[in-house]
Design a protein around this ligand. Structure first.
Ligand code: PEP
Length: 254
């Protein structure tokens, strides 16, 4: 049994209304008291004030789904990591495949965002993952290695050793996100062990504390088997985080 505390984070993506969120957050807050893992909600920017107001005083913490690679200034439409701290955020998802795919985010940009998150005192949840074509071509580990190296290099260059211990990595095979297809527990474990080995090469024994989440169509019915793997430290949950019962059902397996 690993000493790493399991973490289950919900990524609401671009979903929600004030009314729907109020009900969802209320349900999560109620159920969280019976949950043993760390529970996180990553809401859209306009709903962070509401999320903070609803969750304050509960064991559930919250965060955002992205932030700017810049600290401040003339970047219309961008939101800085420092702004997120004003809303009590503790977490920021960076490098989600939907950002890499639809907004052409490079691994270098993801690394720059990761550094901004750390500089602001927040925890980045850094997403990595291969496409179906890449897996099919036998390139899975090479893709993961390259995406991860951008972040480990930036961390090494920053020279802030305490930042290394704050990072969370999420392995999200692109072909499993929102598709109903899940990586098998064996496929997930293989990549998670590889990520931990990469981290060990870069940062030594701090790899033992690195939390690596699995994301990709996790549901209450498949969470337990995935979370049972030695290097799977919880999940990043998309669709199933929009229903309190499903999200809490997943958390109950962690
Ligand atoms: C995600 O968006 O991070 C995700 C894993 O989505 P889903 O659970 O819906 O596949």
């Amino acid at each position: 049994m690993s000493a790493r505390k399991k973490l289950v984070a919900g990524n609401w993506k671009m979903n929600g209304t004030l009314a729907a969120n109020a009900e969802l957050l209320h349900g999560i807050k109620q159920g969280a008291l019976a949950t043993a893992c760390d529970l996180v909600v990553c809401a859209p920017f306009p709903y962070l004030a509401q999320t903070s107001a609803e969750l304050l005083g509960s064991p559930v913490t919250w965060g955002a789904q992205d932030c700017s690679a810049h600290a401040q200034g003339a970047y219309t439409g961008e939101v800085s990591a420092a702004m997120l701290t004003d809303f009590g955020c503790r977490w920021v998802i960076v490098g989600h495949s939907e950002r890499r795919q639809y907004h052409a985010e490079s691994s270098a940009l993801v690394a720059a965002k990761t550094m901004q998150v750390l500089r602001a005192g927040l925890t980045p949840i850094v997403c990595v993952g291969e496409t179906f074509e890449e897996r099919d071509a036998g390139q899975t580990l090479a893709v993961i290695e390259s995406q991860l190296r951008a972040v480990t290099s930036a961390l090494a260059q920053a020279g802030e050793s305490q930042w290394v211990n704050r990072v969370v990595v999420a392995y999200e095979p692109v072909w499993a996100i929102g598709t109903g297809r899940t990586a098998s527990s064996t496929q997930a474990q293989e990549v998670h062990a590889f990520i931990r080995a990469q981290w060990r090469t870069a940062f030594g024994t701090s790899a033992d504390a690195l939390r690596i989440l699995y994301g990709g169509s996790v549901k209450p019915g498949n969470a337990a088997e995935l979370f049972d793997q030695p290097d799977v430290d919880g999940g990043l949950i998309g669709g199933a985080s929009l229903k309190a019962d499903d999200f809490l059902g997943i958390a109950a397996s962690a």
